[in-house]
Ligand binder design. Structure first.
Ligand SMILES: O=C(O)CCC(=O)C(=O)O
Length: 363
């Protein structure tokens, strides 16, 4: 398949002036998360859902997965390095630091009564591609072929991929989420608390302790429910500091809270992620994750044309907060990023991936 670059260039030009609705004005609601099987869907099947701002799961990605993702492999290669696990209940860093070997031993067998733990930012995402060269390539190649142009860090339809290599490139990952499951049933703390990203993301599960069982439960809220969600969290925590209850990433929504939210008309999509499932999360959808067993996940961010309007408006909100002194830094530099995407598509006529002979564009 060869892309029509003129069409893409026109699209970006129009998007820069923010005037065309890529997303229908009245999105159809979709209460069930679309489940596609790798190798058995078309781009149109994927985009039908993605263009509506709905998360998508693609299963059986493990069939093309490469690299050694087993805890024993990490323990063997990096065993002596020091890491600082986080206790998922208290959200506090455990001191003193552990060795990688100890952490992956715990991941494989946390025992019955032990605390749920996770590793955050190991290795730091900036160095993932250098530290784990094979895993980096393996991960990029395992992204469903028809989604690679959009979701790879070097994908031609990933608007964030056009930054010059010597520029101040935004950090899109990949990054790993490595964690055990909770101690008992009815988790009230979660593995990763409620938060929201300004970019789209893909999250893939290349290892879990028991591949016959679901490994993690995701709750992903529609982007346009963020206002009600925020208000609800403020109502139930009236004494909490005035910072944004979603951005502060301090709350996990329990089953009881879910029922209260449902009475305010807000329901999340629920996904049970298994070994080999890739979850696509649209920009602006608040989400939380609870591991049901020990698992390793790997994720990266991207900026798709379909969710660009959302990304733009979230960044405008963040800018307003920054002006008032409490907004996050603009690490995405979206307007510069769009400028580079524009330059790139008006000057190049064909792109192939450096590590691939089987890229989509070459087909
Ligand atoms: O797997 C997790 O614990 C969190 C994943 C997540 O929040 C993400 O990929 O955005």
């Amino acid at each position: 398949m060869i892309y029509d670059f003129e069409e893409f260039a026109d699209l970006i030009a129009t998007l820069r002036s923010c005037s065309i609705p890529i997303r229908p004005k009245e999105p159809k609601t979709c209460s069930v998360v679309p489940l596609l099987r790798d190798g058995h869907f078309t781009s149109a099947d994927f985009l039908e859902h993605w263009a509506l701002g709905v998360p998508v799961v693609v299963s059986e990605v493990d069939k093309r997965l490469q690299g050694r993702w087993h805890p024993d492999d990490f323990a063997r290669e990096y065993g002596a390095q020091k890491v600082s696990p986080v206790d998922c209940v208290s959200n506090k860093v455990i001191k003193p630091a552990w060795t990688v070997s100890d952490f992956f031993g715990y991941l494989k067998d946390p025992g019955k009564s032990k605390v749920a733990m996770k590793l955050k930012d190991w290795p730091p995402s900036k160095s993932f591609s250098d530290t784990f060269k094979d895993l980096y390539r393996g991960f990029l190649r395992s992204i469903p072929v028809l989604c690679q142009d959009m979701a790879r860090v070097d994908g031609v339809l990933n608007l964030a991929a056009h930054f010059p290599k010597n520029g101040n490139v935004p950090d899109l990952g990949p990054k790993m989420y490595i964690a055990t499951g909770p101690k008992g049933h009815g988790d009230r703390y979660g593995t990763t608390k409620l938060h929201l990203d300004v970019t789209d993301a893909i999250n893939l599960l290349p290892w879990c302790a028991d591949p016959t069982r679901p490994a993690a439960v995701w709750h992903i809220f529609p982007a346009d429910s963020a206002g009600v969600l925020r208000q609800y969290l403020r109502d139930i925590h009236p004494d909490a500091p005035s910072c944004d209850p979603i951005h502060s990433q301090g709350i996990y929504i329990s089953d009881d809270m879910m029922s209260q939210l449902a009475s305010r008309g807000v329901r999340p999509w629920t996904i049970f992620q298994r070994y080999g499932d890739a979850v696509f999360i649209p920009a602006g959808c608040a989400h939380q994750v609870s591991n049901l067993q020990s698992a390793i996940k790997v994720a990266c961010d991207f900026v798709s044309v379909q969710n660009l309007e959302r990304t733009l408006s979230l960044l405008q909100d963040q800018r307003a907060h920054r002006i008032h002194g409490n907004g996050p830094e603009d690490v995405l530099q979206l307007h510069i990023l769009l400028w580079y995407a524009w330059l790139s598509v008006t000057t190049c006529s064909k792109q192939t991936y450096q590590d691939e002979s089987d890229s989509v564009l070459a087909q």
